[in-house]
Design a protein around this ligand. Structure first.
Ligand code: ZN
Length: 185
């Protein structure tokens, strides 16, 4: 049941026709800033240019995120393959000894940025809403063998080197954080 109090484009012509033909479910004096349809307060989405209907937001997301399965698969592949390299480097750095943690604090963000940049270059303008998540998981899986497993074995063996084996995990956590930040914003 809808209560269109006035015709959607009675006095001002709409600048943009939001897809989906939004209908307010209750009488309202508020209007979508884009399509000028009456807009229920509960559905109103605030934007810098005024309140808009939910369909406008959906349309914007659809045009902003253009990545398809191909871009997701590429992102996963790149993150996995480079993740193996990141794991190797982190394991190597972790063995250096005293300065391992300090070095890791530099290597971690660099590795995350590198993977994010590689994905961006390959995928070009196609952005995906969840590519950051796919890439993060793929990188962790790729890096796990070199960066996570040694710590696990050291822990199971009750080795005193367990704490040092944690350094690559710290590095990987920093790398993933950087990757997510770069791909998400
Ligand atoms: Zn609208």
């Amino acid at each position: 049941m809808t209560y269109a109090t006035t015709a959607p484009t009675a006095e001002a012509p709409a600048a943009f026709d939001c897809p989906g033909n939004y209908q307010a479910t209750a009488p309202s004096t508020l209007r979508c800033a884009k399509c000028n349809r009456p807009l229920a307060v509960k559905d109103a989405q605030r934007t810098p240019t005024g309140y808009v209907c939910p369909y406008y937001v959906k349309a914007r997301i659809a045009t902003f995120y253009t990545a398809g399965p191909k871009q997701y698969i590429l992102a996963a592949l790149i993150a996995f393959v480079l993740g193996v390299g990141v794991g190797l480097v982190l394991q190597f750095v972790g063995r250096i000894g005293f300065f391992a943690l300090i070095l890791t604090i530099f290597v971690g963000p660099a590795a995350g940025s590198l993977v994010a940049e590689a994905i961006r270059r390959v995928n070009g303008k196609d952005r995906g809403q969840h590519i950051w998540l796919v890439a993060a998981i793929a990188m962790v899986i790729g890096a796990a063998y070199f960066a996570v497993l040694p710590a696990l074995f050291a822990l199971l063996a009750g080795s005193p080197g367990f704490l040092f084996a944690l350094i690559p995990i710290v590095g990987l956590a920093i790398a993933v954080t950087t990757l997510v930040a770069r791909l998400r914003f």
